[in-house]
Design a protein around this ligand. Structure first.
Ligand SMILES: [Zn+2]
Length: 341
């Protein structure tokens, strides 16, 4: 993965420099893609914005990737265009590209929720979270995704999101820059073959990622949520992986994690073609630390005097964007080592 991470800037799509990516920026770019990509509308959003699909390759293994199902989560959309630039280049990676093109059929949906993107918010134009609409499919965007999964029947699905900034990776003192999940496909959280392959691929990717962001990988909450599309895709026997792009130091526009994401996607495609991941055991998947909600603060003040009704207590105070959180060592313990830096 390091090799892909290191070369991202060569293929980085210019102009997508901030976390706010709007529909017009995607439309203009997909319409300018070289002929090796097949670009076609896959449907329209609630407000009539055209949602596009981008396909390439003619291999037997089908891989579906969708981004920005939540309108304010753009990192994967930006990464898609870096990946398109990489796939359509001609250089020392041509052998690798030929392998991808001959073995994989890739289908991308950049920006599934253009109405939410226009408002820079999570939900669609009707205020509905598309990722809770997999069963009812009342939103046009949810219906589009469901139809794509049903008709394309992907062997692998990549459900790509951004997560909030303050998660740490377990009790480490590092932010959860990437979080993975192989969503369960039933209440028993059983491990059918497709979910096992998703777990193995995550283990493979995590091993690679530790060289770039040591202790910076977490696992998303795995409580079964049948209304979510990750769960739904997994239940359709597609090996489904959720990837959350998260925070890194001094990375307000998520440009660093965009590079990491580029490395992950290309490494994943590479591992699928080479089958390198299939020997991985699944037990290390369960050892990936959970996202820890009270893991990170902008400022953490230890052992501060706190006076309530005339009595003074000692407390730790975490501050996020000016908002104070009162806690104790137990609550904020993951950052204890930062005091000794
Ligand atoms: Zn999301």
């Amino acid at each position: 993965m390091k090799k892909f991470f290191d070369i991202q800037e060569r293929y980085r799509e210019a102009g997508l420099d901030t976390r706010e990516v709007k529909h017009a920026e995607v439309v203009q770019r997909v319409k300018s893609l070289p002929p090796m990509f097949s670009v076609a509308p896959v449907g329209q959003s609630a407000e009539g914005r055209t949602i596009y699909g981008v396909r390439s390759g003619n291999g037997a293994t089908r891989v579906l990737l969708w981004s920005q199902m939540h309108g304010n989560e753009s990192t994967a959309t930006r990464t898609f265009f870096d990946v398109f630039n990489f796939l359509s280049a001609s250089d020392e990676y041509d052998f690798w590209r030929a392998k991808i093109a001959s073995q994989l059929s890739l289908s991308f949906i950049p920006m599934l929720n253009p109405d939410g993107a226009e408002r820079n918010r999570r939900e669609n134009a009707c205020g509905i979270d598309i990722n809770r609409d997999a069963l009812r499919c009342t939103t046009p965007e949810g219906r589009i995704l469901r139809e794509q999964i049903q008709t394309f029947a992907p062997h692998f699905s990549f459900n790509l999101h951004d997560q909030e900034s303050y998660y740490s990776a377990g009790v480490s003192r590092t932010p959860a820059t990437i979080a993975f999940l192989a969503p369960p496909s039933d209440l028993l959280e059983s491990i059918p073959d497709n979910r096992r392959r998703a777990m193995q691929l995550i283990v493979w990717l995590n091993n690679q990622l530790q060289k770039i962001i040591p202790y910076g990988v977490a696992k998303w909450n795995d409580t079964y949520e049948p209304r979510a599309f990750g769960e739904w895709a997994q239940a359709q026997n597609s090996a489904t992986i959720l990837i959350e792009s998260g925070e890194y130091y001094d990375d307000p526009q998520r440009e660093f994690v965009r590079k990491v994401h580029f490395g992950i996607l290309l490494e994943a495609l590479s591992a699928i073609t080479s089958f390198e991941y299939v020997c991985e055991p699944v037990s290390p998947y369960f050892a990936i630390p959970w996202n820890r909600e009270k893991g990170m603060f902008d400022t953490l003040l230890r052992q501060q005097p706190l006076t309530v009704n005339g009595t003074t207590y000692v407390s730790d105070i975490g501050i996020r964007e000016g908002v104070q959180f009162i806690g104790d060592f137990e609550t904020f313990g993951s950052l204890e080592k930062d005091e000794n830096k």
